[in-house]
Design a protein around this ligand. Sequence first.
Ligand code: GLA
Length: 360
Amino acid sequence: MNSAKLFHSFFQKEPSITTFAHGRVNLIGEHTDYNNGFVLPSLIPQSIEVSICLREDDKIIGISSEFGELQSITSSPKDGTWLDFVRGAIYFFQKISPSLKGLEVAVSSTIPSGSGLSSSAALETALLRAISQLKDISIHSQEMARIGQQIEHQFVGTQCGIMDQMASASGIFGQAIFLDCDNLQTKSIPIFSHHSFVIIHSGSTRKLSHGKYNERKNETSKASAILEVPSLRHATIDQLIKIEDPVIKKRAKHIISENDRVLKAVSCLEKNDPISFGELMNHSHQSMRDDYEISSDELNQVVESAKKNGALGARLTGAGFGGCVVILATNKELPSVSKSVLEDCPQAYPVTTISQELNS
Ligand code: GLA
């Protein structure tokens, strides 16, 4: 059911506004965003839709097609439910628009949650779009992304980077967004015309594990402190010799090499070189599996099967610890690659395809 219908059946009235935001797949550049590095996400067709009405009191009443109904008040502490996203959006919006009080909100989603496809950022972006349009306040996409990230930090608990929110707030379909997380500059680059990316869920739900994510963030901060650089964005592979702790060294190696892979991947897109792009994806997965240690058996199985069955490249996408794999293949071979992967990995299921054909 779409969010407007859900709103109507639950609140017995029409919503004042309905907005939506898409999820994203990251093609390459994982965990580099909070190290001020480079990422290359692209929007997926799946989205989250919200329908809302403002309230005169400070109640938040929510209904979600996936998570059911909840009630709270804006000033009560975060409680680990999806209303924390709403509470966070109201909190930050009140700084711009102090007259904002409570909300009635209905949420519907086609983004599988916990799959590394950024359902959280899509929810934040959709909520911020809805409130800003109702309040007639225009917010630049960068600002919206920063607020979304703050909701995550202060109300949800993941010390995430800004990739997901930037992709959701400023992405264009059928294009990859090359984002420099140091200055939030973006460049849209069309994806290959004769090749597509298929996204397959490994069947293991992401066990995030805000803890594991935040642990990686701390490890990379330690690495930059040892190397005396403001962030690993400014470190080079030659400097790794200065890090003695083998775990911190591996984490830093992933970030430094991954940044380099993103830059090379961008040039592959621009030069229409899908073969080298695929190799970079394979190296990226290897690095996440062995050095950053965020893969899982199910993810590795999907990646190996894709490579064995004719894909040019395959890698886990998103935070890791479960979730989805993104696979690059020729348009012609994509259906047979997907079919073989699904046969090899019975727990896996297809999510979506990103292609110029599909999005044109
Ligand atoms: C999550 C975070 C992002 C990014 C990815 C990993 O999606 O929200 O900021 O760090 O993990 O690349």
